[in-house]
Design a protein around this ligand. Sequence first.
Ligand code: NDP
Length: 240
Amino acid sequence: MARVALVTGGQRGIGAAISEMLRDQGRSVVASYAGNEDAARAFTERTGIPCRKFDVGDFEQCKAAIAAIKEEFGPVEILVNNAGITRDGTMKRMNRDMWDQVIDTNLGSCFNLCKLVWDDMTAGKFGRIVNIGSINGQAGQYGQVNYAAAKSGIHGFTKALAQEGARANITVNAIAPGYVDTEMVRAVPPDVLEKIVARIPVGRLGQAEDIARGVCFLTADDADFITGSTLSINGGQHMY
Ligand code: NDP
C-alpha cells in the first residue's frame, strides 16, 4: 500500500511541486489549501491529486480534516508542513493581527498537524515529517519580525520533536529555502528582487522543484538516520 502523504499548501507554489514529486515517488498524496478554489481545481484536473480545504492555523479544522483524510485514504505517514503566509511590515507598521496570523499559519500549523498525526505515526512505527522554514528564519529579514520568528520557531520545534520521535522511527526535519520563484516572491518589488538575486552565489532564484527534491530525500523510507536537521536550499545565499 502506498504511504499517505499530506502536503499543506500543496496545490500551488512550492507545495505543488512537492505534491507532484512525492506522487511520482509512489506516495498517495493529499494536498491541502486555504481557499484558492481555482488553483485547487486546476491542480487536481492536471495531476489527479486530491485537494482538501482547511485552515492549518485552526486546530479544530485540522482535527476534522485529519480524521476525514484517515477515513478516506488511511493514516498520514508523511506530513509536509508547507503552508505559509507573509504579512510584512516594520515594527512601526506591524499590528497584532499581522503577528498572530503569521505565527498561527506558519508555526501554529506545525503543532496542530504534528499533534494530530502523532499517535498514528507512533502506533505504526513510521513517520516522516518535513517542516518548511526559511532562510529568513535563519538570518532574519527587515520588515519580517513575525515571519522570521515563526520560521525560526519551526527550526527549534523540529529539533525538539525529532528527539521525541526517534525511537518510533518518526523523523522530523526542516528545509530552509532561500528565495524561490513563486507568487510569494513575485510579490517582492522588482528592484528589491534584483538586489536579492545579486546576492545569490549560484546567480538565480530557486525553483519549486529544488525544494521538492529535498523533501523527497528526507521522506524516503530508508532516510531513518536523518532527523532533527535543517537542510538549507538557497543557492549558497546563507551558509548556516
Ligand atoms: P505560496 O504563497 O505560493 O502558497 C502558499 C500556500 O499555502 C497555498 O497553497 C495556500 O493556499 C496555503 N495556505 C496559506 N495559508 C493557509 C492556511 N491558513 N491554511 C491552509 N493553507 C494555507 O507560497 P510558497 O509556495 O512561496 O511558499 C511555500 C512555503 O515555503 C511557505 O511556508 C513559505 O513561507 C516557504 N518559503 C517560501 C520561499 C519562497 O521564496 N517562495 C522562501 C522560503 C520559504 P491557497 O492557495 O488556498 O491560498
